[in-house]
Design a protein around this ligand. Structure first.
Ligand code: ADP
Ligand code: MG
Length: 150
């Protein structure tokens, strides 16, 4: 299914992500797609809050992944910006996929698309103005519960 939602400030994107974060059950994969500055990390900040995490969310610049601890789930945040090939990350990602206590969120996932499950929530973010973004969420029926109440 597909859903389009427009936000007109960063906080609104965070709130939307927080709602999705609330609905997470564990074991899901969220892929975020946009240009640089599109709002992927901003969205991730809301997701982390949604699982009850107080951890600071920032772009993992010198590391490729970060872990935010929520009340009952962990959010593993991968950012593959400028990663030329999958290499060992393939194994690292594979290790956490399908773990029922972990939710995986991925920025710049193209290079590892072959490792990501088909059953994932994909969100395309598009800049429509300085403070506005158009979000297109798509997921299979099995992940309907993540987007049905937005
Ligand atoms: P990315 O991770 O995709 O490179 P970031 O989330 O790091 O993007 O940066 C997005 C920037 O755009 C932030 O400075 C954020 O405050 C700003 N911004 C402005 N409007 C929005 C919006 N509606 N939704 C998300 N971010 C927005
Ligand atoms: Mg980012």
């Amino acid at each position: 299914m597909k859903k389009q939602i427009n936000t007109d400030k960063p906080e609104q994107t965070e709130q939307l992500a927080e709602k999705i974060g609330h609905a997470l059950r564990g074991g899901e994969v969220v892929e975020l797609v946009s240009d640089l500055g599109g709002g992927k990390t901003t969205f991730t900040r809301g997701l982390a809050r949604g699982i009850g995490s107080a951890d600071r969310v920032a772009s993992p610049t010198f590391v490729i992944s970060k872990i935010y601890k929520g009340k009952s789930l962990e959010l593993h945040h991968f950012d593959f910006y400028r990663l030329a090939d999958a290499g060992l990350m393939e194994y690292e990602l594979h290790d956490v996929l399908g773990d029922s206590g972990i939710v995986v969120v991925v920025e710049w996932g193209d290079v590892l698309a072959h490792v990501l499950p088909d059953d994932r929530l994909t969100i395309h973010l598009k800049r429509t103005g300085d403070d506005s973004r158009e979000l297109v969420l798509s997921c299979p029926e099995t992940l309907h519960y993540l987007v049905e109440n937005l």
